[in-house]
Write a protein that binds this ligand. Structure first.
Ligand code: IZC
Ligand code: ZN
Length: 402
């Protein structure tokens, strides 16, 4: 049975595994599933022998800040001295330093850089990627980022799902008047719709950034314009963003590391997916990795992502994040695989096409240098990808050293 919705709560422990299986692909679609013995009677023009390897759906990456200028390696020393992430931002660094770099980087350079990171994601077995803007904070640069993501989607074999995150930080000139800045960003909604530049609108609801009431007003405007909603919620301070995500019917609430008991209860009884980003907890040196375990136990649907960005989680390696989820969030391998495939696809509105190997779905498939699915979170920090098939085509094969 090809279930339609995300996988929630205890169902996340229930993973379907086939031994000696075969997959039939025509063009970009899976057209047949069965045993290897049955497959031998099929008349295929080309076959790939997985040689007993683990085969899974392509990983779905539901939360990245893909398009940005520059990098922030110089902030690492500040982090080591214990300067908090929000303090660096307050001093005009952090997100605001990437904003200046992104404003100063040409469209062509941003595109090249995005394609480079997408290549790397593909090598890690990712076949669909969500990409946010949010390093422009002005009309021109936000649109530049979204147009880069759109062209990258056309040029690159990976599929990109775009999110407008104009409400990512308050530019210095609006420091005293965040509402005016949000109005300016909301003023871009029509243009973004007309150019088909984003499916979702997101906001950073956090101390020193946008409050819950500001976020509610802004996201309600986005919803009226027909955008799906996402929220960076309860990452550092527990402001009640998890509750807001559920209240507004957001497709996902992201981070949720410090969600309240009430927020977790509401999430569990909703269709909103919790996108958990444990790489951020790791990279920002937090002791507490959040409450994903309690969320699943309460019955919620969880996805996992790298949060790839130049400040708080600088990695494209979703396999590493799977290990962190196992070790720090105490999620089981079965839960983790659901979180990076089917639930991740649902978190970005691709639950009907991606995140599963099933007849009628896109042939997005990864062959791993691993004997079973337990092995990927277990052997950490390295790349286990052997072969990546995207839309029915081999786009990556591990090279042997000679
Ligand atoms: O550039 O620091 N948390 N936004 C909210 C980020 C992290 C990205 C960044
Ligand atoms: Zn983020």
């Amino acid at each position: 049975m090809d279930t339609i919705g995300p996988v929630k709560g205890t169902e996340m422990s229930d993973l379907t595994v086939w031994n000696h299986a075969a997959i039939g692909i025509k063009d970009d679609i899976v057209v047949w599933l069965g045993s290897a013995e049955e497959a031998s009677i099929l008349d295929a023009s080309q076959t790939i022998d997985a040689k007993g390897r683990l085969v899974t759906p392509g990983l779905v990456e539901p939360h990245t800040h893909l398009v940005f200028g520059g990098s922030r390696e110089r902030e690492m020393a500040l982090k080591q001295q214990g300067v908090p992430y929000l303090e660096i931002l307050k001093q005009g660094g952090g997100i605001l330093s990437t904003v200046r770099a992104t404003q100063a980087t040409s469209y062509g350079e941003l595109l090249e850089k995005a394609l480079f990171h997408l290549d790397r994601m593909a090598t890690y077995g990712i076949t669909t990627v969500e990409a946010k803007s949010g390093y422009g904070l002005d009309r021109e640069t936000e649109l530049k980022q979204l147009r880069v993501a759109k062209e990258a989607n056309e040029k690159h074999p990976l599929d990109i799902v775009s999110t407008f995150l104009g409400a990512h930080a308050i530019p210095p000139e609006y420091k005293e008047n965040p509402e005016a800045f949000l109005n300016e960003m909301a003023g871009l909604f029509d243009e973004i719709k007309q150019e088909d530049l984003a499916e979702f609108v997101d906001i950073f609801t956090e101390t020193g950034v946008f409050s819950v009431p500001e976020s509610r007003r802004y996201l309600m405007k986005a919803r009226e314009k027909g955008f799906g909603l996402k929220i960076h919620a309860d990452e550092i301070d527990p402001l009640g963003g998890t509750e807001l995500a559920v209240e507004l019917g957001a497709i996902s609430g992201d981070h949720l590391a410090v969600a309240s008991d009430e927020g977790i209860g509401k999430l569990a009884n909703s269709d909103t997916i919790g996108v958990i980003l444990p790489g951020t907890s790791f990279y920002l040196g937090k002791d507490d990795y959040g409450r994903a375990r309690e969320m699943i136990d309460a019955g919620a649907a969880i996805a996992i992502s790298t949060d790839f960005n130049p400040g708080s989680s600088v990695t494209e390696n979703l396999q590493l994040i799977m290990s962190i989820a196992a070790l720090k969030l105490k999620l089981s391998p079965e839960e983790i695989w659901h979180a990076v495939t089917v639930n991740a696809a649902h978190a970005i509105g691709r639950g009907d096409v991606a995140g599963k190997i099933a007849v009628g779905r896109k042939a997005d498939i990864v062959l791993w240098d691993a004997p079973n699915y337990l092995y990927i979170p277990y052997h950490y920090g390295v790349n286990h990808t052997n072969t990546v098939i995207k839309n029915g085509k081999v786009i990556y094969e591990r090279q042997e050293i000679r």
